[in-house]
Design a protein around this ligand. Structure first.
Ligand code: CO
Ligand code: ZN
Length: 329
């Protein structure tokens, strides 16, 4: 599964520009699904039909990552940037940006140099250009952070674990699923980082009876961390609440019961900031029972998001278990 993860996390795909990620997932899912289509907002919808008598389930993992957009180019060729989603300012200085065509740029700031910027307005990128005329980028061009995938013992590190690791878990569950009574719609959604917009329209179109987002969550296990009872390596987290949603109690029960039946480790998650696709899914139409399977992740929205590989494998097992049996709570 690591090859698949590496391919997905190194791909380019800020919100609204998920094409390269979608192409990778589409190629992997081809032949393993009953139907594959892309909707008008770019969501990739992969249907695995059930044997009948089950539920219509939507699984949502977002393809987009946080990114940067060029807003202005000055006389010397330096470009100013705006954010796409909640980029971690302190991590930008000395970092590198990569554009869709592979163009690389250095990120720096005018305020305190290596001390780091106070605001994004103080940041600029250097593409090596000396004037607007020879700049390889133009206003409106989009970049992601440029970092390779790394394996550190049992931990995996990347610029885009949020949420390519969720895409990898959902995709692997599709590949590993056995016979199921349920019609499962795997949605690889767009524009989560700017307000869960892709999942909103996908849920309206699919009209599922049950939905589960697969996304990363924060941990409380690093030095001076805010108290939070999620740790790396202690298993997938079953979301109870985050800043945008209260998980449906039945969905939470279903997830916990499946983990216990399969003797998989799991953790209960109460997250004080941030949310997932489940936020816009649950308020679609006349309401949809929704929850979230979270992969514990350190350093979220930095260039070095870290997960535990065993948590990833156990998340796949939990999801496969949930999808393969009749839904009950
Ligand atoms: Co995010
Ligand atoms: Zn996410």
């Amino acid at each position: 599964m690591k090859d698949l993860i590496k391919k997905l996390v190194e791909a380019f795909g800020p919100s609204g520009y998920e094409d390269q990620v979608r192409a990778i997932i589409q190629a992997e899912a081809a032949g393993k699904a009953d139907e594959i289509r892309t909707d008008n907002l770019g969501n990739l919808i992969v249907l695995k039909k059930g044997s009948g008598g089950g539920e219509r389930i939507m699984i949502s993992a977002h393809m987009d990552e946080i990114g940067l957009m060029v807003s202005y180019i000055d006389k010397k060729g330096f470009a100013r940037i705006g954010n796409i989603g909640g980029i971690a300012l302190a991590t930008l200085t000395g970092s590198r940006a990569r554009f869709a065509d592979g163009t690389i740029a250095v990120l720096y700031n005018e305020k305190d140099g290596w001390m780091g910027p106070g605001t994004l307005a103080e940041c600029f990128i250097d593409t090596g250009a000396t004037s607007p005329e020879d700049s390889p980028v133009k206003v409106g061009d989009v970049a992601c952070i440029h970092r390779p995938f790394e394996e550190l013992g049992g931990r995996l590190v990347s610029k885009a674990m949020d949420d390519r690791i969720g895409c990898a878990v959902a995709l692997q569950a599709l590949l590993d699923m056995a016979e199921s009574p349920n019609d499962v719609y795997f949605v690889f959604s767009t524009q989560e980082e700017v307000g869960c917009r892709g999942a909103m329209v996908a849920a309206f179109g699919i009209e599922p009876e049950v939905a589960v987002a697969v996304d990363v969550t924060l941990t409380g296990d690093i030095p001076l961390a805010k108290p939070m009872s999620v740790e790396l390596g202690k298993g997938p987290a079953v979301k109870v609440k985050d800043a945008g949603m209260l998980a449906h109690p039945g969905v939470k029960k279903w997830m916990v019961a499946t983990a216990e039946k399969l003797a998989l480790p799991y953790q209960l998650e109460v997250l004080t900031g941030g949310t997932t696709d489940a936020y816009t899914i649950q308020t679609s139409r006349d309401g949809i029972a929704a929850g979230c399977l979270s992969i514990p992740t350190r350093y979220v929205h930095s260039p070095s998001e870290m997960v535990d590989y065993n948590d990833v494998l156990n998340s796949v097992k939990l999801l496969v278990g949930m999808l393969s049996a009749p839904v009950s709570w």
